[in-house]
Design a protein around this ligand. Structure first.
Ligand SMILES: [Zn+2]
Length: 150
């Protein structure tokens, strides 16, 4: 690296810093970090509810008719079926909403977009030839949910 190049990059850094500090020229606010499915407490709660869901399905060959049936279906979830952020009960619909560009139906989701303006939900895939379904915890944007509800 030549000394001249160092000076130019320093000048560029200084002018960028000055631009960021200039009034009326603030950098955009940082985007909230995308919640992590492995560490988010709400996602963990839904993972446990997935266990109940699969247990109920294997016994009855259908999804539980109501949220109460889902909670009492197994011992995976000992937590109440409420979002730990909004403290509101999850929305449950055994018929499920078809999410655009995703395989399966959204059967349970956050009542509010409490996670970086998104919602956690459980996406249930169609029964496989063996008769078993899949259930995955997914992050759903408001655009996807609006499209699914139309
Ligand atoms: Zn939540």
């Amino acid at each position: 690296m030549t000394p001249g190049r160092d000076v130019r990059s320093l000048c560029l850094a200084a002018s960028l810093a000055a631009a960021a500090l200039a009034p009326g020229c603030l950098p955009p606010p940082p985007q909230p970090a995308r919640p992590n499915v492995l560490t988010d407490p709400c996602a963990e709660r839904l993972h446990n509810l997935c266990g109940n869901l699969l247990l109920y399905y294997s016994a009855h060959k259908k999804l539980p008719p109501a949220l109460e049936d889902l909670i009492s279906a197994g011992s995976f979830s000992r937590s109440p079926a409420v979002c730990p952020v909004s403290n509101r009960p999850y929305v449950y619909d055994p018929a499920g909403l078809p999410l655009p560009k995703r395989r399966g139906r959204l059967v349970l989701y956050d009542p509010l977009p409490s996670h970086a303006k998104m919602r956690w939900g459980i996406l249930v895939g169609p029964p496989a030839p063996g008769g078993l379904i899949t259930a995955n915890v997914v992050l759903v944007s408001e655009e996807e949910l609006t499209a699914a509800r139309e």
